[in-house]
Design a protein around this ligand. Sequence first.
Ligand SMILES: Cc1ncc(COP(=O)(O)O)c(C=O)c1O
Length: 505
Amino acid sequence: MEEGIRIIITAPRTKTGHYANECPEAQNGNGNGSSGKKPNPFNRGQVNHVNVEEVEAQLDAVIVHALKTWRHFLIGNHCEVYTDHKSLKYIFTQKELNLRQRRWLELIKDYDMRLHYHPGEANIVADALSRKSHVNTLMTGELPKELAEDLHELCLEIVTRGYVAALEIQSTLMDKIREAQKTDKEIATIKEKALQKLQEKWKSTAAPYPAMYSSFLGGIILDPAMMALPIDDHMVHRGHGVFDTAMLLDGHLYELDTHLDRFLRSAAQAKVGTPFPRDTLRSILVQMTAASGCRKGSIRYWLSSGPGDFLLSSSGCPGPAFYAVVIPSDYAQCRHGVRAVTTSVPMKPPLFATMKNVNYLPNVLSIMDAEERGAFASVWVDEQGYVAEGPMVNVAFVTQGGELVLPVFDKILSGCTAKRMLALAPKLVEAGLLKGVSTQHITAADAKRSVEMAFVGSGLPVLPIVEWDGQPIGDGKVGKLMLALSDLLWEDMKSGPDRVAVPYK
Ligand SMILES: Cc1ncc(COP(=O)(O)O)c(C=O)c1O
């Protein structure tokens, strides 16, 4: 017997409830269809009284469905189609073909197939499956041996869907491959080699990150080779994610709760969910830092709409993801001055500027713009000429009147360091060094007349600006008030009240 795939198809029923090839109106006594000639359901002249259109449509539907559904199994393989519709087999030998028949041959020409007549009694299982909608009684019994073998060969199984009237044939090939791969020695070796390669890559350079957390992997990762994000994570390919940071100094996380609050506000604005409540997120960050053993640097963490697909909306993703990493760095209080330029890179609209989302392309382009022009960083000035912020910092000024002024946070990121500066600065007012502290809409023209100016942000915490767009600020030297504010913030980072002690082992 020729090797190949076998498909068993039963003739459809007519409206009277009979199978088309058994329909009493179509029988003429010899049980074969029409008198003398070979039965042919495509020939209207031969099948009297039967709704030929219906029969043909059903045949089309059943066989076309089978061929299309199993196309991936059938193309390239020889297949035998068994049908209890006797007349079908004449389609290959018939001299004249009508339009429908030609369409038929057009479809089946891609398949290496042979049609066979298969008597109804031998087709019990196919009948039970394909006519399920006509029979609502429970049918049980063993599959004929040959058919069971066929199904096995094709890796097909009969699966039930809730109730016995809904039976479906589904390929289980992929599931079987996946299952077999779990215990396959060759695959295990390939995986081991891939991991070894990644580990070797990291061995040759100093591991930059001592710990990472991934809700996708469900734990803290210490092996740099495993510190990866799924490529189909929407934060990776759509920028649908938010992030935040916290500085780590002397084994303490600075202003962790303030940063976490802004993080969750950003997530809500960006319609990004969280896999855990706030307390759990906080606890993961503290535990990850403890596991890293790192005492100085920063942590950075992300909420993403999660992995799942490559569409825009995250509605197809199973759930949000949380990632975090420890970044060691040996930062120190900045005491030198830098140059700044006004950037021509368009500002983010307020909705995007006020949330800390992962789309930092404008920020990246603006700092590159500054670097290309020999400056340390850039400043955004809005269309009305008001000062906004820098690419990863806020800006602060000391006016000629001795007042500390920061731009209002309505169109820019509400910086945690800037807010803390505003909270601590009144100490300098008390000491008589400053006249006042406020947030204001300040034009670039006025700001350029300030006596002191600085970038303010996590890790700096204050970086004096001595020149803006080629114009000196004040006397062009680092001012004492910005240094005094820097000292206040640095002290706060080292010994202030808003620090979380990391429970290292
Ligand atoms: C655009 C922007 N503005 C301001 C800041 C400063 O914020 P923080 O003081 O909370 O670090 C950042 C920090 O990343 C930023 O990205």
